[in-house]
Design a protein around this ligand. Structure first.
Ligand code: HEC
Ligand SMILES: [Cu+2]
Length: 340
């Protein structure tokens, strides 16, 4: 899927080089003679953000962007393209050359925490030109399901101890087929799935704790270890400043704001993120719901929208990573040491 996007829509020439050599302009003419050069100024969002913040390029045209920063270090990346970002240092010029082979609209964004409104530092890159009709993006699952993202989603049941997925694995062959089905996984919260499995006569011999091990195993099983690692990296780069390294909602950007409480969860008046290590919040949410929140953001709250920034795979990786805060939660009385 990654390769498809790359082949279909973009070539970013020499971006990787820009990491090691800040002033690489002289290397470019050998790669490609740009048909146009555009100066782009980077400033903190408080002082205006990107200038210009709307860039147009024609299919096949090679556009050289010359970045300068007028305050602190910023980064430049284009959403959904899986290309490394370039750094923009004050007093230096960073150049990249873009060529697209397909029309489309992209969001470019700052990749450095340059200030409290860092995530608002975004702009639009419009690629114009005729071509075969663009492949429509699949509709996000939360829209297909008609989920109300703002409705409360407290877990009806939560584990009484830290779950042990490796113990849950031994019951894999006793599970009803739907439990292993990916669509069920995406549309069902862990708490709901637990309740469904609890009602299965064939699993009646399992204790409540063992059944939680099964659900935790399913959550691990249905997302790959690779996704988890990618999710961890994306989380610390993009989310931890608000959500906190340990997912407690206590990131540096959130200090001093009123706490996230049950009341704020129920009424929708939330200023801080929820504590991801509190299973009441996270184990009551399906992957489709979390995906919706990440794509759309929390209207009116500080939660940014990430739909134009991350690929589907990156969002899935983030979700796989976020759930681990609840599974490994020290919120439970730690009667058994966690194996993670
Ligand atoms: C600028 C601060 C900020 C950043 C950065 C941020 N968030 Fe949030 N996030 C919030 C706030 C505030 C909420 C609570 C909003 C609400 O629930 O309506 C929230 C809520 C959420 C929720 C909903 C949780 C629930 O149980 O309803 C998810 C999921 C989430 N964020 C994921 C992410 C991910 C993934 C990233 C990084 C890619 C991220 N957030 C970056 C502030 C932030
Ligand atoms: Cu910035």
């Amino acid at each position: 899927m990654k390769h498809e996007v790359l082949a279909r829509s973009i070539l970013v020439l020499g971006v990787a080089l820009a990491f090691s050599i800040p002033l690489i302009g002289k290397f470019y003419p050998r790669v490609v003679e740009p048909s146009r050069i555009l100066e782009v100024h980077a400033r903190m969002p408080e002082s205006g953000g990107w200038d210009p913040d709307h860039i147009s390029i024609h299919v096949g045209e090679s556009l050289k962007l010359r970045f300068t920063s007028e305050d602190v270090v910023h980064g430049f990346a284009i959403g959904k393209l899986n290309q490394p970002s370039v750094e923009i240092h004050p007093g230096e010029v960073t150049e990249i050359t873009l060529i697209f082979d397909h029309p489309g609209t992209y969001t470019f964004y700052c990749t450095r925490w340059c200030g409290p409104n860092h995530w608002r530092m975004r702009g639009i890159l419009e690629v114009t030109g005729e071509s075969a009709a663009p492949t429509p993006e699949p509709q996000p699952l939360y829209l297909e399901l008609g989920l109300d993202l703002d409705a409360p989603h407290l877990a009806e049941v939560i584990p009484a101890r830290i779950t042990m997925p490796e113990r849950g694995a031994q019951y894999a062959n006793q599970l009803p087929a739907y439990a292993l089905d990916r669509k069920t996984h995406l549309t069902t919260s862990p708490a709901r799935l637990w309740m469904q499995l609890r009602a299965e006569p064939t699993l009646a011999s399992l204790s409540d704790d063992e059944l939680w091990d099964v659900v935790a195993w399913l959550w691990q099983h249905l997302s790959s270890a690779q996704a988890w690692t990618e999710g961890q990296q994306l989380y610390s780069a993009n989310c931890a400043a608000c959500h906190g390294e340990t997912g407690k909602g206590d990131g540096v950007m959130m200090r001093g704001l009123p706490a996230y409480t049950h009341e704020s969860h129920l009424s929708g008046t939330r200023t801080r993120p929820p504590d991801f290590s509190n299973p009441r919040y996270l184990l009551g949410a399906s992957p489709a719901l979390l995906e919706g929140k990440i794509i759309r953001g929390g209207m009116g709250t500080g939660m940014p929208y990430w739909g134009p920034i991350f690929t589907q795979e990156q969002i899935e990786a983030l979700i796989a990573y976020i759930y681990h805060f609840a599974w490994n939660s020290s919120f439970h009385p730690p009667t058994v040491p966690s194996s993670h």
